[in-house]
Design a protein around this ligand. Structure first.
Ligand code: ZN
Length: 291
């Protein structure tokens, strides 16, 4: 099944839900980042959560989620646009932690203390920024906590990442269910009961269920309309002009050091690992060296 997401709204407007299949996307990102098994599960969850929340964006809007925690991974980052183009990175890709009670120790890898940063570029002058303390460091609950407290929309998030015998990502996916303001609250206990009984999302996806079929199961008997279906893919929007712009923002001394010590500059994109090389002549032509 190709990676994609589906967003639905109940016909009475009370409930909104998104489900996503993200196996290829997360596998590509984890391979680029060189993550160890625990880091793969952690980054796979954040990437999937970002894709789900990206389903709520419009037009040219962008969303970035960043987790900074006290654990060995230090910082995880994922970004998406409204068209399902996602990228992600992790500061330290090696958690180096043994499994805990037969599960990958994502909480240990992220660390119990830390923050979830949410940055939305809504096309306004300044991006919208929000930050909450990590709630459980399992990621799904942290995203639900952010949506419920900061955006004030009661939300449940489920994220699943399964690895194969080579520790590459076998299956990944997730869902997001939101109770819309002013909606029919009688539906909430019913949904909560359904969510409790739902098999893990990775099991449903490996059985061949599509994101829409998973939502049909959750919303059985609740009429809904499909609002959107989007293909999800890894895509990095870095470019040589963008990296050149970053170099223009450096101090003159920093640029001089690159010229004298390194005889040029090599800048590697943290997301796609593409390297952009700049010659001494190109560095010498930067505006900050002109004064
Ligand atoms: Zn890139």
């Amino acid at each position: 099944m190709n990676d994609h997401l589906v967003r639905i709204l109940s016909k009475d407007g009370s409930l909104r839900a998104v489900a996503a299949a993200t196996s290829d996307l997360t596998r590509t990102i984890c391979q680029l980042q060189g993550t160890d098994p625990t880091a793969s599960v952690a980054l796979g969850r954040l990437v999937t959560g970002t894709a789900l929340m990206g389903a709520l964006l419009k037009g040219d809007q962008r969303l970035a989620l960043r987790i900074e925690g006290s654990g060995p991974l230090q910082r995880l980052h994922a970004e998406t646009d409204a068209d399902g183009r996602v990228r992600g990175s992790v500061k330290n890709p090696l958690a180096g932690l043994p499994p805990k009670a037969d599960r990958f120790d994502v909480v240990g890898a992220i660390g119990k203390a830390g923050f979830l940063h949410v940055i939305k570029d809504l096309g306004l002058k300044e991006p919208y920024r929000s930050m909450v303390q990590l709630y459980t460091s399992e990621i799904a609950e942290d995203l639900a906590y952010y949506l419920t407290t900061s955006e004030q929309i009661p939300s449940t998030v489920g994220l699943g990442v399964n690895l194969d015998e080579t520790f590459a990502i076998a299956t990944a996916g997730g869902f997001l269910v939101q109770a819309m303001p002013g909606g029919n609250e009688a539906l909430i206990p019913l949904l909560e009961e359904r969510l409790k009984q739902l098999s893990p999302i990775t099991c449903l996806l490996s059985e061949g269920k599509s994101p829409l079929q998973i939502l049909e199961q959750l919303f059985e008997g609740i009429p809904f309309t499909v609002q959107m279906e989007t293909t999800l893919e890894f895509r990095c929007n870095c470019s040589r002009p963008q990296v050149a712009g970053m170099l223009r923002g450096l101090g003159a001394d920093e640029v001089r050091a690159m010229i004298e010590e390194d005889q040029g500059a090599k800048v590697t994109c943290e997301f796609c690992k593409e390297t952009y090389a700049f010659t001494v002549d190109e560095l010498t032509a930067l505006p900050q060296l002109k004064n």
